[in-house]
Design a protein around this ligand. Structure first.
Ligand code: PLP
Length: 404
C-alpha cells in the first residue's frame, strides 16, 4: 500500500464529507480591541470590519481589563516571555507558586496545580488519578467535556456513563457496581452547551453513600458564580464536599491555563505522575501574573458578577419578547436551537456577513446531530443596544432558516 497516497485520499474525502454536512471548520480571523470588548475587528477578504462578538468565553471581558494587561506587561518586562523549561527544569517562577496557592485558597483546598490549559488539566489529572488504584470505576455524566473523556479513556478505569444530570440513573449504576471497587464520580457544574447546572449536593450525597471520590469541572463557572467568584461549588456551599475541583484560567478569568485543587496528597500525586504536567514547558510567567491579577480583581468585584447575571436575564427576556426560540438555561449561557448543521452554519454566516454579529454555530460532535444551536453569551459589556441589534438580526434570519 502507498500509505501517503491512501492517507491523502482519506483526508480529502473526510474533508469533503465535513463540507457537505456543514461541519467543516474554518476560523474567522478576529482581533479583540482592548477597551471596547465585545467589539472586535473581523479581518475578511476585502478589508477589516468591526463586529460584535456574542460567543466569547471571556465571559467577564477580563482578557482586556487594564489591571490584567498591566500585570502581564510588567511580568514580561521583568521576566521575558517563555518560561524556558518544564516545571522541573527551571520553569517554576514565584508567580507559578503564588497562582497555585491563590487557586487552592479560592476553592478552600490545601493545594493547587496549574497546567497549560483546562483541557490538559482534566486529561492529565483524571488519567493519573484513575490509574492510581487497581479496579477503579469512573462514573461520568453523559455531557462531560471531551477533555474529561480523554482523561478517562487514557486510564484503565472502567467507565459508566450516567444520563445527563439524572441522579436516579447515577445511583442505579453506583448500586450495581462492586461495593469494594474504588469509585470516582466526574461531572461539571455549568454545562456549556446546555447552560444547565448540576445539583452538586445531591451528587455529593450519592458519593458519600457509595464511597466515591468527587471530581468537578468548574470551567464555565469560575469567576462567575459564588460570593467571590470561585464557582458553583462556592455558590452552593458545596466546595468542601468535592475532592477535586478543576477549572480554567481561559474563560471567566480571561487568560489561558487550567488547574486542579484538592487535598495536598492528591494534588501532589498528580504533580508527580501526570504526563501532561511533567513533560511540557510551564505556563509563561506573564500568563501567571495576568491570571493572578484577574482573579484578585474578580474576587473583589461582585458587581461584575451581578451585571453578568442581569445581562443574561435581559438577553433571555428580549429573545422571549420577540418570540425567538431558546433552550431553557439556568446560567449565563443562552443556546438558540437551529437544527441541522448546514442550516446552523448558514445562520451564523448571515449574522456575521449581513449584520456584523459573530455567533458560534455548535454542531456534532460537540452536540448530538439534530440539536445544533447557536451559543450566545451576554457579558457585562453587552449593552441594551447590542441586545436589541442581535434580537432584530435573529428575527430577520431565523424564520427563513427554519423554513428552508
Ligand atoms: N472543560 C470544559 C467543560 C470545557 O468546556 C472546556 C473548554 O471549552 C475545557 C474543559 C477545556 O478548557 P480550556 O479551554 O482551558 O482548555
Amino acid at each position: 500500500m502507498d500509505t501517503r497516497q491512501t492517507l491523502l485520499a482519506h483526508c480529502a474525502g473526510h474533508l469533503d464529507t465535513l463540507r457537505a454536512e456543514g461541519r467543516y471548520r474554518d476560523f474567522a480571523p478576529l482581533e479583540k480591541i482592548a477597551g471596547r470588548f465585545p467589539v472586535y475587528r473581523w479581518h475578511r477578504a476585502g478589508g477589516a470590519r468591526e463586529i460584535t462578538v456574542w460567543s466569547a468565553n471571556d465571559y467577564l471581558g477580563m482578557g482586556t481589563h487594564p489591571a490584567v494587561l498591566a500585570a502581564a506587561a510588567g511580568a514580561v518586562a521583568r521576566m521575558g516571555v517563555g518560561a524556558g523549561g518544564t516545571r522541573n527544569i527551571s520553569g517554576t517562577s514565584p508567580l507559578h507558586a503564588e497562582l497555585e496557592a491563590l487557586l487552592a485558597a479560592w476553592n478552600g483546598k490545601a493545594a493547587g496545580l496549574i497546567f497549560g490549559s483546562g483541557y490538559t488539566a482534566n486529561q492529565a489529572a483524571l488519567s493519573a488519578l484513575l490509574a492510581a488504584l487497581p479496579g477503579m470505576e469512573v462514573f461520568s455524566d453523559a455531557m462531560n467535556h471531551a477533555s474529561m473523556i480523554d482523561g478517562m479513556r487514557r486510564s484503565p478505569a472502567r467507565r459508566h456513563i450516567w444520563r445527563h444530570n439524572d441522579l436516579g440513573h447515577l445511583e442505579s449504576l453506583l448500586a450495581a457496581a462492586d461495593p469494594a471497587a474504588p469509585k470516582v464520580i466526574a461531572f461539571e457544574s455549568v454545562y456549556s452547551m446546555e447552560g444547565d447546572v448540576a445539583p452538586l449536593h445531591a451528587i455529593c450525597d450519592l458519593a458519600e453513600r457509595y464511597g466515591a471520590l468527587t471530581y468537578l469541572d468548574e470551567v464555565h463557572a469560575v469567576g462567575l458564580y459564588g460570593p467571590t467568584g470561585a464557582g458553583i461549588a462556592e455558590r452552593d456551599g458545596a466546595a468542601s464536599r468535592i475532592d477535586i475541583i478543576q477549572g480554567t484560567l481561559a474563560k471567566g478569568i480571561g487568560v489561558v491555563g487550567g488547574y486542579v485543587t484538592g487535598e495536598a496528597s492528591l494534588v501532589d500525586y498528580i504533580r508527580s505522575t501526570a504526563g501532561g504536567l511533567i513533560f511540557t514547558t510551564s505556563m509563561p510567567p506573564a500568563t501567571a501574573a495576568a491570571a493572578i491579577a484577574s482573579i484578585r480583581h474578580i474576587q473583589g468585584d461582585a458587581a461584575l458578577r451581578r451585571r453578568l447575571a442581569e445581562r443574561a436575564v435581559a438577553l433571555k427576556a428580549a429573545l422571549d419578547a420577540a418570540g425567538l426560540p431558546r433552550l431553557d438555561s439556568a446560567s449565563h449561557i443562552v443556546p438558540v436551537p437551529v437544527p441541522g448543521a448546514g442550516r446552523c452554519r448558514a445562520v451564523a454566516r448571515r449574522l456575521l456577513e449581513e449584520f456584523g454579529l459573530y455567533v458560534t454555530p455548535i454542531n456534532y460532535p460537540t452536540v448530538p446531530r439534530g440539536t445544533e444551536r447557536l451559543r450566545l453569551c451576554a457579558t457585562p459589556h453587552h449593552d441594551d443596544a447590542m441586545i436589541a441589534a442581535l434580537v432584530r438580526a435573529l428575527g430577520a434570519v431565523l424564520p427563513a432558516a427554519q423554513a428552508a
